[in-house]
Design a protein around this ligand. Sequence first.
Ligand code: ZN
Length: 449
Amino acid sequence: MKTFIKYLLLSIIVLGGVFASIYFLLLPSQLNSYTYTTEQIALIRENDLVYDFVRAGKSTLMSTALNNDAKNIERTDLYLVKDTDLPENVDYEHLYTVMSTLSEKGYDNEQVMKLIKSATLDELHILMDSPLPVNMDVLYSALDKKFPVVQAYQLSNMDRDLSSLIMNDGTDYSTTVKLNNMGYSVEDIKALNKLGNTELNMVTVMKYLEDLPTLVSNESFDMKLLPRYIMAIENEGYEAEDAIVYVNDNEDYVDVEDIDMYGLYSDDFRTENPGSYTALVNKNHYLNADYAPTDITEFSHEEMRTDVATALGSLFTALNEQKFETIIVDVGYVSYSEQEELFNRYLEMFEDDEEKALERTPYAGYSEHQTGLAVDFYIRGSNFEDYEGYQWMLDNIHNYGFILRYPAGKEFLTGFPSEPKHFRFVGVEAAKIMHDYEWTLEEYKTIFE
Ligand code: ZN
């Protein structure tokens, strides 16, 4: 019995050996079928890598690498990637160049392997053409977290706190980067994240407001009152926390009877970017005598800027569709010299009483009709606020890019008495924001450029 077992074991060993030898003898021919050249196969055998190469499967990338440089036989960790693990129709020569460059540059071979499986050649080119990231580990973990290569690269060059905010706290990449570029710190951004996405996006197009993170952190913060908080801080010297109490209690409100409509005029500020749709012209922001818009066109027998005329065309069509009576444009663009004449006529009428004249019309340079963006409407037989379509206009006119410029109750902000017929074109985007948050142009300009 014992002898039988001995023979059996011996036979197994011998047979096993024979099969193994046949197998190993066949391996090189397997390599042949993977399109390695005879020289390459010899090289593979010399380096005892036959088994690794067979196991890896067909790797055109590896044979490309060997074609380029036989020394690449030592870099199986980089190039021995199975064809089926790569995207279809890959340009192997191109891929080899990118990989060898990245590897020489200092990228970890294992990571380069990972990269070529997940990134496109274009993306890899970005890495190839850019300096090594400051925080290599951040790049790798961002790639693990499936960030696109470009973002992963940018994350790896950021302040670590900022990249970790995006990668670990899940804050939106582009919003966070924008906020940071504006000047908000990581702590600021954490505070700002209490705002919803819509408002956070709005913050990215506002001015940088140093006090915003503190304001937002306060439980009583109200976005609608933000411009007034900022005015209280900037113009009246309040601390952020106190500004919230002050404005929430409506302490900044001034009754229309108590406003010195005449005394508000000053030459403190010249209007910046007078051609902009949101240019601010009021009692302390004036236009130069030589400012005139260059794209004046005619609509409804009045002059105005081209985009205002187009928007009015759409508005009039809509009013018509609503079966409202047609309205008339009473005043559009008024040039500096026309305004000067108008003011002087009133001055004459009131025997040089400037205050009385100013109750009727502003000084030349202080009327926003000079921008070509303001329009006064008119309706036959009644005041414009009694127009049958007036409420519809208040509810919808922002969709055409207009705002009611001087609303009742906001005189302390605009410096002008309520004027129901005077509308101002600011562009659809700004008009929607002002409508949604009930901001006057003065408020909007406090927080937007
Ligand atoms: Zn007007």
